[in-house]
Design a protein around this ligand. Sequence first.
Ligand code: 3HC
Ligand code: NAI
Length: 690
Amino acid sequence: MSEVMKFDVEDGIGVITIDSPPVNALGVNTRRGIAEGLDKAWADKSVKAIVLICAGRTFFAGADISEFGKPPQPPSLPELLEYLETSPVPIVAAIHGTALGGGLETALHCHYRIATPSAKAGLPEVHLGLLPGAGGTQRLPRIIGVPAALEIITSGRHAPAKEALELGVFDALSEEGNLRGDAIAFARKIVAENAPLVRVRDRQDLVEEHRGNTKIFEDFRKKNARRFRGFNAPESIIKCIEAAANLPYEDGVKEERRLFTELHDGVQSQAQRYVFFAERQTSKIPDVPKDTPTRNVKSIGVIGAGTMGGGIAMNFLNTGAPVVLVEQTQEALDRGISVIRRNYENSAKRGRLTAEQVGQRMSLITPSTDYQDLGASDLIIEAVFETMEIKKDVFGKIDQIAKDGAILASNTSYLDLDEIAASTNRPEDVIGLHFFSPANVMPLLEIVRGKKTGKDLINTAMKLAKKIGKTPVLSRVCHGFIANRVMTVRGVQADAMILEGVSPEEIDRVIYEYGFAMGPFRMRDLVGLDVIGRGSNEKTVASELVARDRLGQKKNGGYYDYDENRNATLSPIAMDIIREVAADKGIKQAPNATEEDIVARLLYPVVNEGARILDEGVAIRGSDIDIACIKGYNWPVYRGGPMFWADTVGLDRIVSKLNGLAEAYGDAFAPSPFLVKLAKEGKRLSEVST
Ligand code: 3HC
Ligand code: NAI
């Protein structure tokens, strides 16, 4: 008897209820439960129609992702769904929450679909580097048409009930809160009307319309080339939908299965499935259990209305929280507020906010040049200049003003949080909340745990991160914390390589090909060379570019020159500077690096630094480092982040290459003893948990 399935009959309608928390994923027990329910319903001759419904928070959220890569257990989802479709009586899927992936495919094998007004439907497999593998690519185009199916399946987005109804995915909407009753009534009506057993596979009109049409697919590929770059899944999805247009259903399904298996076995999907779980792990802290108390955070104070302070404030304004924004001068304050307003107005122009919402958000700000106004804030986040003396001074002041129980946070990028905390009389109330620029956009929030930071602060910060739509990653104190620390070494090697004669353009190309949105030099030109080099007196290529008033895209170009359309060409001035700085430092130029050399030279040190971070206990898991790099630096998700990627390359290979680099370029490359140990023991960096 199935533990996850309940079957009962109400007025001639058999109701199969599945209850498999947390999200009714279609794991083996659920699949067997559904099959058992069908058998029961079919054996009962009084049952004239069937309702398939889920208990808990959602309809089936898809295949059980943790089963991928493991030996299959019968019945497979496609087998079960074929079985379901043989039903002699109509089956109505009753949908609440999210019908996703295999969940929506299940519904698309039922004869009818009714959903609550708050339900959503989608085929998000693309985010796992997969395609819908249980008929989704053949069925969705048959009911919503080829163009809409292309958009929905390649984006993986969740369509709200109203849209799903309009598209024809749902046949009816129930009253909110009365799904079971309305679904049974719907089933009775079908029986009374002797309505047909509608099988989606039999619908031909919408796919036939595009038979032999290659243009629609070519246009779609072209239009989305930038978005799909590097990913394998979108192209396979397009091929499946082409098959839906051109082949009989059975052959289309065979093509879908073939391409699904290819993606499933490929390294991209393995990486993206790993990322799915890794992302959900970061808020699980072994010594801070979920039931650790939290502090109430309703009102926010932000100190410093510069690049970061403004963006940080916006995160909270977006949730409806009031923010006191404090600056040292009225001028800086006015500038900061006007940037926030402009950002919101730009969102309004793009239709993402209404004018009223802009007004509401702006009205939640209390601008001030008086620290006393922070007295009532539950959380105060400091985002002033990156100088220890200034930070200490600011924390000394807020210690005098903040109310008891307030959380005092610093957005410092590199400084010692414990030293900052020691300038207060309440170090247990001090925490690092390290946002990434632009702070209102980038999804990473590093939560920095000082020696004395209270556990309740950590739990509060984890929950707060989710509330403002960020992924939290916990870090101990060290120079640069996790993401900046590991990524800095990439920049150091890029700088070294150009002095050795490799062109910035070649380095940028290789890093772009690896999957980053742009290489390090294009990135610096975009951010501004004056910002990058701030605080250092060393003569570098960047500092020389700044000295010649080449600040990047914003002024006169940087490593590149830019035309009016922002097309970049390598700058002869920059190349002269590179030769000059190299000559000054006595570095011989020998531009003979291969693509492989560049990847190894720039990215293996990142892996090595990650291993050190794990060894020191700065990050608690290898997968946390991956999430920090993906969410904070746009490390290509299909590589899984530096730790997962290193595992796919082979730690042995990385250690041996690092040893070679250490011989050629010095000890900075020497592999960390922890990395060497893992490689010897055949362990994986992405599975390290300290
Ligand atoms: N398989 C296995 N576990 C899953 C799962 C799935 N499909 N979906 C969610 N979970 C787990 C999560 O890992 C998490 O576990 P944890 O509590 O131990 O960390 C728990 O369920 C709750 O998940 P969330 O924290 O994500 O809960 P939310 O309420 O924030 O979101 C959700 C719910 C929208 C359903 C979200 O979990 C989600 O998007 N899930 C994945 C949906 C998906 O990708 N489906 C397609 C699967 S592939 C497929 O179906 C292939 C088919 O075509 C053959
Ligand atoms: P910024 O220079 O743009 O802004 C700093 C603001 O703080 C200025 O407007 C200044 O007037 C104000 N300020 C200085 N001292 C003050 C004081 N005593 N009281 C009130 N206001 C004061 O600097 P940015 O880039 O916003 O950096 C702020 C902090 O955020 C730094 O610690 C930096 O390391 C960190 N950070 C910066 C990132 C970036 O990409 N810019 C990314 C992540 C963190």
